[in-house]
Write a protein of this length. Structure first.
Length: 349
């Protein structure tokens, strides 16, 4: 950017990026000619044609190298603008671009800067609006439930009581969907803030946190959680808390679709120089043609678990996004209905 800044101070180059390139190219082309003239005119010895030819070739090579080097420096504003746009698109990083230049490159940087900040403001306003609407929706959804509870307290006839209880159940389901929708937005913000720097995660030490969060679900269905950990630590581009969240989600999902008194297994091992984290069960499984749909944001495959546990269908979508953002891959596999399932995370070393 220093060369671009220096050339932008020259009055006849100030407003044209193309003229800056032409100016550098013009100087570069004429360096060999100027060198030859000085060599011929000021040399004190008799110069042979071969010496002039060799000198001209050397000067041409040097001038070409210098010109290409300078032109490469001159495209820095374009590269800087492209990098800033890519960082915002992939990691939502707000870069500060210089906007004081008046040529085409300066206009490009100014437009990208304005577009990034307008987009960021739009996203923030949209999320604030969604949070507000979600909160208001909960209030509106709560009114029918309040009326239904009043009806139940009045000891009505069985058909009326059944209808009132159905309204309460329906309202609770709406609350759950709204809460999960807000959670989805919040977790998507967390995904965007994932660090790209590798950090050492003590895999053996996160297991108690997973057990603690799924313990009650395990007890409710008399399911045993079996750990098979062959790797105690690894350097990964994922926050430890997010990894725990993903694994809790996968283990909870396995428990949900497992039968009573069965086993859910969490394995951590190396395979072909990759770190593998596998969560497997012997539950209801799924067909091969359903794999892609499993990871959709709001999948139609959302269904009750083996103990009628409810689902919103957004958990696996978030898990996949978190893992992919952290440089890994999340896949699902099943031999078919009632043959169990395996969800596998692969981090390449």
């Amino acid at each position: 950017m220093r060369l671009y800044h220096a050339l932008s101070k020259i009055s006849f180059l100030k407003k044209s990026y193309a003229f800056k390139f032409l100016f550098v190219a013009f100087i570069g082309i004429h360096i060999p000619l100027i060198g030859i003239l000085f060599f011929v005119l000021y040399s004190k010895k008799i110069i042979s044609p071969d010496s002039i030819l060799i000198f001209a070739l050397i000067m041409t090579l040097v001038a070409t190298f210098v010109t290409l080097f300078v032109l490469n420096k001159l495209i820095k504003p374009i590269l800087f603008a492209s990098k800033s746009l890519n960082e915002y698109r992939t990691d939502r990083v707000l870069s500060k671009l210089p906007v004081e230049y008046s040529d085409e490159a300066g206009l490009l940087m100014r437009n990208i800067q304005d577009s990034i900040y307008k987009t960021e403001n739009f996203i923030n306003e949209k999320q604030d609006l969604i949070y507000m609407l979600s909160h208001d929706l909960k209030n509106f959804a709560g009114n029918p439930k309040s009326f239904a509870e009043l009806i139940i307290n009045e000891n009505p006839s069985e058909p009326v009581k059944d209808l009132a209880e159905l309204i309460c159940q329906s309202t609770d389901l709406q609350f759950r969907y709204i809460d999960n929708f807000i959670k989805l937005l919040k977790e998507q913000e967390d995904i965007l803030n994932i660090s790209q720097k590798k950090k050492t995660i003590l895999l053996s030490e996160i297991l108690p946190f997973i057990t603690e969060q799924v313990e009650q679900r395990l007890l409710d269905k008399s399911i045993m959680l079996d750990f098979d950990v062959a790797v105690s630590e690894a350097k990964l581009r994922i926050d430890e808390g997010l990894l725990i969240q993903v694994l809790v989600n996968l283990v909870s999902n396995a428990i949900k679709f497992s039968y009573f008194e069965s086993v859910v297994k969490l394995s951590i091992f190396n395979e072909d120089s990759n770190l593998i984290i596998s969560v497997s069960d012997n539950g209801i499984g799924f067909n091969q043609n359903q794999i892609d749909e499993i990871f959709m944001k709001f999948t139609k495959m959302s269904k009750l678990g083996t103990a009628n546990e409810a689902s919103t269908g957004i958990g696996l979508y978030l898990c996949k996004k978190i893992i992919e953002k952290s440089g890994g891959k999340l896949s699902a596999r099943s031999e078919g209905k009632n043959k169990g399932a395996e969800f596998r995370i692969v981090f390449e070393h």
